[in-house]
Design a protein around this ligand. Structure first.
Ligand code: ATP
Length: 260
């Protein structure tokens, strides 16, 4: 058994009377890429926010890298922040800084590096995510959507995290850009030994990048297994999702790539 990096037991989240999660359990072993899917409003982002400590659950237990998120001291929280990277959907780069300054910021703030050293390291991170050298000197507004995602990913990798959270990383990318991003995630996981928690609607990402899939529905994890097991799970939402026209297309492309 591999060590679990995320361990969730009996999680309940609610907003007023609206219960989003109830008795939700989930385990993520080290080194895996987990794809989290579910209908719109099923609670994928709330789950991610609970795990990274941005959403206080009504009850339940969340342990990340061996630390109880709710009971963590401020020192433990800071340590967790350093060991995890988060890429939110918007990318959220600061528009007043160049791309390389954005990536250098966590190194200056958390590691207290000299600006020149931080900028040098930041350029290496930009190369790691496949951005050309000149991209670092541009303002975020001058980048394409795919380049913004890569720059934001470089920033979330700046502190060399063990665990990476990605919230719909391919949303808004064209199919070629999205496929390249899926490939990048797998390459980075292999090269850096990352564990990845990935919220997505993108079926191609499930086929190309994920080791296991967790489906959220009815306030809990309906199924958490390999893609083939999940795709054959007998549940109306799961069936429509995986066997609708887009699901069939993603499966065909996945099969084609595997046979290459
Ligand atoms: N801060 C909040 N206050 C009140 N309700 C909220 C809040 N955040 C989320 N919710 C509600 O919680 C439910 C789950 O939201 P969440 O954003 O996690 O869904 P999701 O599965 O990520 O959806 P999507 O795929 O559309 O992004 C929704 O009904 C949403 O309206």
């Amino acid at each position: 058994m591999r060590e679990s990096v995320i361990e969730i037991r009996g999680l309940r989240n609610q907003f007023g009377h609206h219960v989003v999660h109830d008795q939700l359990d989930l385990t993520l072993p080290r080194g895996e890429i987990l794809g989290v899917v579910g209908g719109s409003g099923a609670g994928k982002s709330v789950l991610l926010r609970s795990i990274v400590g941005l959403q206080k659950p009504a009850s339940g237990h969340i342990e990340v890298l061996g630390i109880d998120v709710q009971k963590a001291s401020s020192r433990e929280r800071l340590a967790l922040e350093r060991r995890t990277g988060v890429l939110f959907q918007s990318g959220a780069l600061f528009s007043s800084m160049t791309v390389v300054e954005n990536v250098a910021m966590p190194l200056i703030e958390h590691e207290h590096l000299r600006k020149s050293d931080a900028l040098e390291l930041a350029r290496m991170k930009l190369a790691l995510v496949g951005l050309p050298g000149h991209a670092g000197d541009l303002q975020p507004a001058e980048l394409s959507g795919g380049m913004v995602k890569r720059a934001a990913l470089a920033r979330s990798l700046a502190l060399e995290p063990e665990l990476l959270f990605l919230d719909e990383p391919t949303a808004g990318l064209d199919p070629i850009g999205a496929a390249a991003f899926d490939e990048l995630i797998v390459t980075l996981r292999d090269a850096l030994g990352l564990t990845v928690f990935l919220v997505t609607h993108d079926l191609d990402t499930l086929y190309q990048a994920c080791d296991r899939i967790a489906v959220i529905g009815e306030k809990k994890i309906l199924i958490h297994d390999t893609l083939s097991q999940v795709a054959s799970f007998d549940h109306p939402w799961v069936h429509d999702y995986f066997h609708g026209p887009r699901g069939r297309q993603a499966a065909a492309v996945g099969q084609q790539r595997r046979s290459l």
